[in-house]
Write a protein that binds this ligand. Sequence first.
Ligand SMILES: NC(=O)c1ccc[n+]([C@@H]2O[C@H](COP(=O)([O-])OP(=O)(O)OC[C@H]3O[C@@H](n4cnc5c(N)ncnc54)[C@H](O)[C@@H]3O)[C@@H](O)[C@H]2O)c1
Length: 272
Amino acid sequence: MLRNKRGLILGVANEFSLAAFISAKAHAAGADLGFNFLPDASSRGAKAEKRVRRVTDPLRPEFVFPCDLTSDESIDIFFTALQREWQHFDFMVHSVAWAPLADILCRTTDVSRAGFREAMDISVYSFLTAARRAAELMPRGGSIMTLSYYGGEKVVAGYNLMGVCKAALESAVRYASSELGPRGIRVNAISAGPVKTLSASAVGATGDSGGIDDMMRLHQLVSPLRRNITGGDVGDVACWLASDHAAAITGELIHADAGYNIMGGAPPDLHG
Ligand SMILES: NC(=O)c1ccc[n+]([C@@H]2O[C@H](COP(=O)([O-])OP(=O)(O)OC[C@H]3O[C@@H](n4cnc5c(N)ncnc54)[C@H](O)[C@@H]3O)[C@@H](O)[C@H]2O)c1
């Protein structure tokens, strides 16, 4: 499905990352891939790079370069290096989010100004700036996608500040889609159900909700398919969005959530 396509994957942290599952599926579908890793200041990036390479090396990546998406300088160096490898590429996956733990665990009305700025910068602005740089290298059109969650549409206990970020991210997808569409570049978001990853474990961990485990328990009980989703499910949707089979799809929020988002209440079997 992705033979002769080059894809940039931003956001592999380890083997549990959604980006890792997307990468495995994209590789199996024939894509040539390039990656970033988030440089870790304390160890000059060596630890982070090692963790990421454990995931990416089997996929024979065309490059794995450092990129901190909060730094214009780092983004500049990254895309300059990328352009030396690829004069153009076909799709980009943005699978990046972060917020200070204290600002996720507190009530949304108690979020600090600094925490809000940081969360929006990493989780939303990083998407817009990466989309701009990627679009410059997609002269023949392309596909850009990001990862969102239902907590951007409705209140999900414990998701708090990250829900505010996801609402902004989903809006950013629509504006970017409208701006880049005339150049043949499609922009979409995948709204994935809960999956246990490094980032997901932070959500609601000690807050009012039981965190990711509670979210997954509820998902299994309420979703029409009565199951949780897998990273592989998300990877399949990402490959479809990157492929020519989704040529008419842009500006969309595609739910890969076993149908959870359509439910307005508990299903009858939950009432006993
Ligand atoms: N896991 C879930 O349940 C779930 C559900 C829906 C959506 N998502 C979204 O999927 C995306 C990926 O998350 P994940 O669950 O795979 O967790 P993850 O922790 O594996 O991935 C988050 C990634 O963001 C990267 N990152 C953070 N700050 C960065 C920076 N300054 N510069 C560059 N990269 C940076 C991290 O290095 C990491 O690779 C996120 O947007 C997340 O909100 C996750």
